[in-house]
Design a protein around this ligand. Sequence first.
Ligand code: ZN
Ligand code: ZN
Length: 695
Amino acid sequence: MKVKQKLREAVDLLYSCGRAGPEAYSRLLLECFRTVDADQARRLQSHMRLHSFAPDSTFFHNRFLQIYAKSGYVSDAQHLFERMSHRDLFSWNAMLSAYSKSGSVDDLLSLFNQMPTHDTVSYNTTIAGLVGHGCCEKAFEFLNRMQGEGFVPTEHTHVSVLNACSQLLDLKRGRQIHGWITARNLKENLFVWNSLIDMYARCGELDLARWLFDRMVTRNIVLWNSMIHGYLRNGQPKKCLELFHDMRFSGVNPDLVTVSSILGALLQIGSIAEADKVFRGIEKRDKVCWTTMIAGHAQNGKEEDALTLFTEMLLDDVRPDGFTISSVVSVSARLASLDRGKVLHGKAVILGLEGDLLVSSALIDMYSKCGDTTDARIVFKLMPTRNVVSWNALIVGYAQNGLDQEALVLYESMLKEKLTPDHITFVGVLSACSHAGLIECGQRYFHSISEQHGMKPTLDHYTCMINLLGRSGYMKEAVDTIQGMPEEPNSLIWSTLLFVSALNKDVQHGELAARHLFELDPLDASPYIVLSNMYAASGRWDGVASLRSLMKDRNIRKIAAYSSIEIDNKVHKFVSDDRTHPQRDKIYDKLNGLIKKLQEAGFAPNTKLVLHDVSEEEKFESICYHSEKLALSFGLISKPLGTIPIRIVKNIRVCGDCHLFMKFVSTITQRSIVLRDSNRFHHFDNGQCSCRDYW
Ligand code: ZN
Ligand code: ZN
C-alpha cells in the first residue's frame, strides 16, 4: 500500500513540474510495472502524450501493454496496441494476454490468427485464455496445433489443459497428460502436481488423487485444500474431516478455503452444532464461510437460521455476493415468505447485484413461488442479460401459477432468441399444456425434445405426459405411454397414474398404479389413502376395510398435513383441528361463521373424501377444520382489510372440499387467496380458481 502511495505522489509531482526527461519517465514506468499499477500508468502515459514525449521505443510501449494486460484494462491495451508503429512478438503476446484474461474469446482468436508468427508463449496464453472462458475443446485443438508446429508443451500448458480436463470431467485425456508429465519428469513442479491432483479429485478418482497426494514431499496448503475439497465434492465428508486432522497433525495451518470445506463437510453430514462451533471459532470470517453456513443451514431444513445468519453477515460488514443472495432468496421462496423475499430484493438492488444472473433467476423463482407473477415478470424484463435458467424460472413460474398460455408464448420467444431449451424448460412447457388440456400441443412439444433438440425425455417429462393424457380422460393412452418408456417407471410416474385414475374414477387403473406404489415404497401412506378414497367414492366399503387393515398391519401412518401463513414476518403453522394457536377462539369463531354462510348458500361439505367409515357427523367435523381453512380464517382476522392476497402454503394436495371453500370465501369476502399446495398454485378470485378445478 505504501509503495503504491509513493508512486502516486511521484506521478503527482511529475504533473506539477511539467515535462520530464527520459530517465524520469523510465523510472516511473518501471515502478508502475513492478507494482502493476495501471491507474498511474495511465496518468503517466497521458503526461507523456501531453508533453509530446514520444520515444519510438517498442520497449516503452510493451511495458505499458503488459501493465494494462495484467490489470485487465483491455481497452487501454487495445488503444495503445493499435497505435503502435512497430510491434514485436512481445507486443503481440502482451495483447493476447490482455484478451486472454479479460477480453472476449473472439478477440483472442482473431488476434492469434493475425499474428505474423507464434511462439510457446503465444500458445500458452491462448490455451489458458480458452480454458478460462470455458472453451475447453477449443483449447485441446490449440494444444494439437501447438504440437503440430513443433512446440513442446511446458508446465504452463500442462496446468491449463489439466484444468480443462477438470472442467470437462475428462478422465481419459487427464490420464494421457499425466503420462506425458511422468515421461518428461516434470513431477517436481508444484502447480502441475496440484492441477493433476485436482483433476483426479474432480473426476471422482479420489484414491488415485490421494495416492499422488501421499507421495508428495512438500505439501503446501493449496494441495491440502484440493484434496480436502475433492472429498467434499464427491460426497465423502468423513474422509474430508479425517484429512483435515492429518493436515493439522502435519503442522500445516488451515486457511479460510480449508475452513470453508470443513464447514461444508460438517453441514453435509448434518453436524450443524459442530459446524456452528467451528464457524464461531473463526477469527475473520469471509464471504465464502458465511455463504457455506447459510446454504448448509438451508439444505438441512433450517430456513429460519439461514436467514438469521444472513442478517448477522451483514452486521459483520461482510459483503454478500450473488451466490449468497440467491441462497437466501431461495430460502424465502421455500418459506413462501414474500415479505422477506422483497426485503432481500431490496438488498440485492443496494448491493448492485440485481442484474446478477443467479440473483435475478432466484428472484423470479421466489416471486413465482409466492404466487406473484407480476413481479416475477418485472424482474425478468429488467434483466440486462438472460440465460436459459432465467427463462426457465419464468416459464415454470407461469405454468405453476396457471398462466399456461403465457408460459407457452414465452417458450416460443425463447426459441426465437436462439436459446437452447433444457429439460427444465420442457417440464414447464409440458405442465402448462397439461393444465390447459392441450393434448396435441403437448404431444408435439414432447416429440420435439428428441426430434428437434436431440435430448432424451426424462421421467419428469413422462410424468407430465401421463398427467396431460389422464386429465383429459385418455387413460389407455396414459398407460400405453408408461409401457413404452425406455426405463423403469419410478414412483412419481405411478403416483401420477394413480392421481389421474382417481380423477376419472377409474378403479381398475388406480389399483394397477397403487400395486406398483405399494411395492416401491410400502410405508408411504398416500397411495393407500387415495385408493381408499376411490373405493369409498364408488361405495366399495369392502375395499376400504381391507386397505385399512393392511395399513394397520404394516403400521403405516398418514403424514401430518399442515398449512402455514405469514403475517407480519412471522410464519404461523396449523395442523388439522389445531387448537394450539393463542388466537384459537377467534379463529374458530370466524371459521364457523364462514361455514354457516356456505351451508346457507346450499353447499354441503363433500364428506366422500374422508377416509373413515365414521358417522357423517364426525366426518363433517374433521373436514371442516382442515389446516388450510384454519390458516385462511387466521389470515382474515389478522388482515381484515386490504387488497393484498392472503397467501397460504400447504404441504400436501388440497382436498376438494377446501378448494370449494376457498372459492366461496373469495366471493363473499372479495379477497384474493393464493394457496400453494404440494402440486401447484391456486389463485382464488371471485369464486374462480386459476387451476380451473384441475389439480
Ligand atoms: Zn381440506
Ligand atoms: Zn384450484
